[in-house]
Design a protein around this ligand. Structure first.
Ligand code: ADP
Length: 446
């Protein structure tokens, strides 16, 4: 738009300026015609000059040169004082008139044949168009200001309308991008915007409703199955334990029973994950909250891990154990927090092919930090923020079993505890997952 406007302004300026110059040349030519008549009719010269002076007072710095042209037109002595090229004189002689503009001065050449056999005359008039120059200057300033004002108004209105149009679109895109399997109940907020945009919001909300309903029935199905599987599994584990306790030491069947117990523990863990995934956030938060010491929770985590596989070596590092025990207390849902921390630790074992995993406890004022470090395959930097998306699995995990739900669930649980999980990993060297949780000590300080 600015370019089009600039083009229009330039055309307007050049047309107006050209028209003005044409008019000035005409005035100068008319003045020259009167001078020529005065020269040719000497007896009326005074009258002619009187008329000329009364009509053409506006010609500033006007000067007239009269050249007498003899029969030999090829041998003319052109005055050197004028900045005129020979072609100007020749054009005037051959075509009757010529025009030239140089450095603010207009030149007109007018050729008149003398009737009574005397020399022909060439009248050259020059003058400055002072008014025209001022007019051009004014026109230039006005057009430039109008152009700038138009550009400013256009820019402001464009920004205003594009914000009105695209602002809600950007919001919709952000919101839709943030919706995943865990927050399918989120909806786009209705805004007072353009009709089409609120229709789009309605359409997307209806689609989300349909997806949520379909997803919910699937979740109910998973939840029902998980519930039904939990009881037989608990019975299997319990029976295996009783059987093991009745065997004599070194009995051949002992190993098999131990394996049955370990695998049922792993299965129970997977079923727990599925169950929690299927639960809505409200159901997850409903009960099971208590205040407890983090080191005690870690000991029970260690036990759960050991039950799943006695070869897992989880090394608890309490080198940063706080002097003040009060810093260790947190308000948590024991079942869920254990599940989340176990998921992170089990990943450490899985992705390092059962090498040792270190769990370091740091209590620093308001926060409790758990650093889970393994020396496994690591996570590519480009994937580190995606691994918390449901069902996402790293590109280097094809040799490892998994479903991509453990970390998203852990993140959901930690967030429910107002905490965060940070990743620090180098491919081929290992990973440290940092779980940060607020301690109750901070609340007491407040
Ligand atoms: P799963 O382990 O079943 O694939 P998770 O949700 O537990 O699913 O983990 C998601 C992804 O995060 C994994 O597929 C893996 O790429 C990556 N990941 C998580 N923990 C580790 C770890 N300790 N070492 C390497 N990669 C990991």
């Amino acid at each position: 738009m600015a370019l089009i406007l600039l083009g229009i302004n330039l055309v307007m300026y050049s047309m107006s300026s050209g028209y003005r110059q044409h008019n000035f040349f005409l005035s100068l030519e008319n003045s020259s015609t009167i001078v020529a008549s005065a020269v040719l009719q000497k007896e009326k010269a005074d009258d002619y000059y009187a008329v000329k002076n009364s009509i053409f007072q506006h010609l500033v710095d006007e000067e007239e040169y009269i050249l007498r042209i003899g029969q030999d037109k090829n041998n003319i002595d052109f005055p050197a004082s004028l900045p005129l090229h020979e072609s100007f004189y020749l054009e005037a002689i051959n075509h009757g008139r010529a025009r030239y503009y140089n450095n603010g001065v207009h030149y007109v050449g007018l050729f008149k044949k003398h009737v009574a056999g005397e020399d022909d005359i060439l009248v050259i008039s020059s003058a400055r168009d002072v008014e025209g120059d001022a007019y051009r200057k004014r026109l230039k300033t006005t057009l430039a200001l109008a152009f700038l004002a138009a550009v400013v108004v256009m820019t402001i209105t464009t920004i205003f309308f594009s914000k009105r149009l695209f602002g809600p679109m950007v919001k919709i895109m952000k919101k839709v991008n943030s919706i995943n399997a865990f927050n399918l109940n989120d909806r786009l907020e209705k805004e007072h915007s353009l009709d089409e945009i609120s229709e789009l919001q309605d359409t997307l909300n209806e689609m989300l409703q349909r997806i949520e309903t379909a997803f919910q029935s699937q979740q109910d199905y998973v939840s029902n199955i998980s519930h039904s599987l939990r009881t037989p599994l608990t019975i299997i584990a319990g029976e295996a334990e009783i059987a093991l306790s009745q065997l004599q030491q070194g009995h051949k069947a002992a190993y098999s029973l131990q394996m049955i117990m370990q695998e049922t523990e792993k299965l129970k863990h997977i079923i727990n994950i599925l169950l929690e995934l299927a639960r809505s956030e409200q159901n997850m938060q409903a009960n099971g909250w208590s205040v407890l010491r983090m080191d005690e929770l870690l000991e029970s985590v260690k036990e759960v891990i050991y039950k799943m596989d006695s070869s897992y070596k989880l090394k608890l590092d309490y080198s940063n154990f706080p002097e003040n025990d009060a810093m260790l207390y947190i308000n948590c849902n024991v079942h869920l927090l254990t599940l989340a921390i176990c998921n992170i630790i089990l990943n450490g074992f899985k992705y390092s092919d059962n090498q040792d995993v270190k769990l370091k406890l740091i209590a620093a004022g308001n926060e409790i930090k758990l650093l889970v470090t393994d020396s496994g395959i690591g996570i590519d930097p480009s994937e580190q923020d995606k691994i918390f998306d449901p069902y996402y699995r790293g590109s280097n995990t094809s040799n490892y079993e998994g479903f991509g739900v453990g970390l998203p669930l852990a993140m959901k649980i930690i967030k429910m505890h107002k905490g965060a999980i940070l990743v620090n990993s180098i491919v081929g060297q290992g990973t440290t997952m940092e779980v940060v949780l607020p301690s109750l000590y901070a609340e007491q300080l407040v």
